[in-house]
Design a binder for this molecule. Structure first.
Ligand code: HEM
Length: 487
């Protein structure tokens, strides 16, 4: 008992000393380098608990207090968060190569066994990979009239199926839950372009493959705790379970892509490019994907490129379509205006075409407003400093993680009047017959600079065809779902 009595105060003082020491080391490691201001981090966890379920909103609150460049700690890692158009443009455009790296996260290394372009770090091999991927994506989407027409055909066929399925479900049920069908429809469009195949909406394997897309987005977004606190992998906890699910989903996805590429290699003939997979096989297996310095993409890069392109297009485009559905239901007067425009410009005898786009200005403005208002990719994939550098005089050491808050730009009251109001007409010029291109350029959802999304043009084209064909049919979205006839 005596021993216990003496030992307790000693233990308390010792623990307190340890805490003070570790906190001091913690703060010094960041502040000594004159880093940006930011909230005080907790030992071990850093500021991880302050981010909550919507990190972009937490970042917005912190930016109001600490400014457009502020620092955080996630676990043991230093993070800089950028908010607002000016600083994001300065960092991603003017200092592009300083901030074009990706963090060395375990989850990023897992994707395509470290050969992913989207998650790979900055350097000559990455530049080559990105150039090849960009050119293949263009070749099957926006390159010329023929490729655009081919792409349009895939989208129109898929929307037709989707409409029939939604109308069918509405006859059977009192309301519909379209998520699964939207995911399959978007999956099918990209599967046709990537692999030349489409799947039935009832195909269980395809459903299973695409059902975890959102989990992927969450892990690679700002929320992956294992990446910043790797010790969480050492004992059972929900974060470790989530990380293992992420690993399984990557393996499942890789196995799907490997089978597709193997099938293509078995049936591939030179000069017969059926789809994007053939195109990557052509350029990579032939050794043409090479720099003057002798760096080249080896055959495994076919699989990793297809994983990048097919993977990146799934959660993004299906989330966009879900927002389109939701906002049409929520704002019936906007839906009526889109219907009226399509009826006036295109008429009821045919469906809208890509070539109608310049005259369907309200429809286009609606799509831009969906992107801005929802900001459905609120934070980019994390960047990292590729070298010791600085932002606005604050030192940023090499390897620092950089989060870019796109939402902060899309809801900035200095750029947008009443940013929290959904109003497509904000993108129309006063005469109402053209799009205000300068204002459109202020939307930030595909990021900027060296890591800017390579699927931007394809996505904009796809969203226009999807929306105009969905609304060109004699059908309407209602609070219960979807019905025949105009609302
Ligand atoms: C509306 C749909 C889409 C949105 C909003 C979107 C947005 C984004 C964003 C925010 C990034 C991260 C940029 C950064 O880290 O700074 C990104 C990267 C990327 N996206 Fe998209 N994306 C969309 C569709 C697509 C599609 C359809 C493809 C494929 C054709 C694609 C391919 C990629 C690739 C490969 C990257 C990695 C680029 C790099 O790291 O250099 N995306 N996208």
């Amino acid at each position: 008992n005596d021993f216990h009595f003496c030992f307790t105060p000693f233990l308390m003082v010792f623990t307190a000393l340890l805490l003070v020491l570790s906190t001091w080391r913690w703060l010094r490691s960041w502040e000594l380098v004159a880093g940006p201001p930011g909230p005080l981090p907790w030992p071990i966890l850093g500021n991880a608990l302050q981010l909550g379920a919507s990190p972009h909103l937490a970042f917005l609150r912190l930016a109001r207090r600490y400014g457009p460049v502020f620092a955080l700690k996630l676990g043991s890692r230093n993070v800089v968060v950028l908010s607002g158009s000016k600083i994001i443009q300065q960092t991603l455009l003017k200092q592009g190569s300083d901030f074009a790296a990706r963090p060395d996260f375990p989850s990023f290394q897992m994707i395509s066994r470290g050969k992913s372009m989207a998650f790979g770090t900055y350097g000559p091999l990455w530049k080559l990979h990105r150039r090849v991927a960009q050119s293949v994506v263009r070749e099957f989407s926006t390159k010329n009239v023929d490729t655009r027409h081919m792409f349009e055909k895939h989208v129109v066929a898929e929307v037709g199926q989707l409409i029939q399925i939604l109308l069918g479900s509405c006859e059977r049920e009192t309301f519909i839950e379209p998520t699964r069908n939207i995911i399959i429809a978007v999956g099918n469009i990209m599967s046709a372009v990537c692999f030349g195949t489409r799947y039935d909406h009832s195909d269980k394997e395809f459903q299973q493959l695409l059902s975890h897309n959102d989990r992927f987005g969450k892990t690679v977004g700002a929320g992956s705790l294992v990446d910043v606190m790797p010790w969480l992998l050492r004992f059972p906890n929900p974060v470790r379970t989530g990380f293992r699910e992420f690993r399984n989903l990557n393996e499942e996805f890789s196995a799907f892509i490997q089978t597709k590429v193997a099938q293509h290699r078995n049936t591939h003939k030179t000069n017969m490019t059926r789809d994007m997979t053939d195109s990557f096989i052509d350029v990579i297996d032939s050794g043409r994907a090479r720099t003057n310095g002798g760096i080249s993409l080896t055959p495994e890069f076919v699989e990793s490129s297809m994983t990048d392109v097919f993977g990146a297009s799934q959660d993004t485009l299906s989330t966009a379509l879900m927002w389109i559905f939701l906002l049409l239901v929520h704002y019936p007067e906007v839906q009526r205006k889109v219907h009226a425009e399509i009826d006036r410009v295109v008429g009821r005898d045919r469906l809208p075409l890509l070539s109608d786009e310049p005259r369907l200005v309200y429809t286009v403005a609606f799509i831009f407003e969906v992107m801005r208002f929802s900001s459905f990719i609120p934070v980019t994939i994390p960047h990292a400093a590729s070298t010791d550098t600085s932002i606005r005089g604050f030192r940023v050491p090499k390897g620092t993680i950089v989060f870019v808050n796109q939402y902060s730009v899309n809801h900035d009251p200095e750029i947008w009047q009443q940013p929290d109001r959904f109003d497509p007409t904000r993108f129309l010029t006063p005469a109402g017959d053209t799009i205000d291109k300068d204002l459109v350029n202020n939307i930030l959802i595909f990021s900027l600079g060296k890591r800017r999304c390579i699927g931007e043009a394809l996505s904009k084209m796809q969203l226009f065809i999807l929306t105009s064909v969905l609304l060109g049919e004699d059908t309407s979205f209602t609070p219960r779902g979807f019905k025949q006839g105009r609302a």
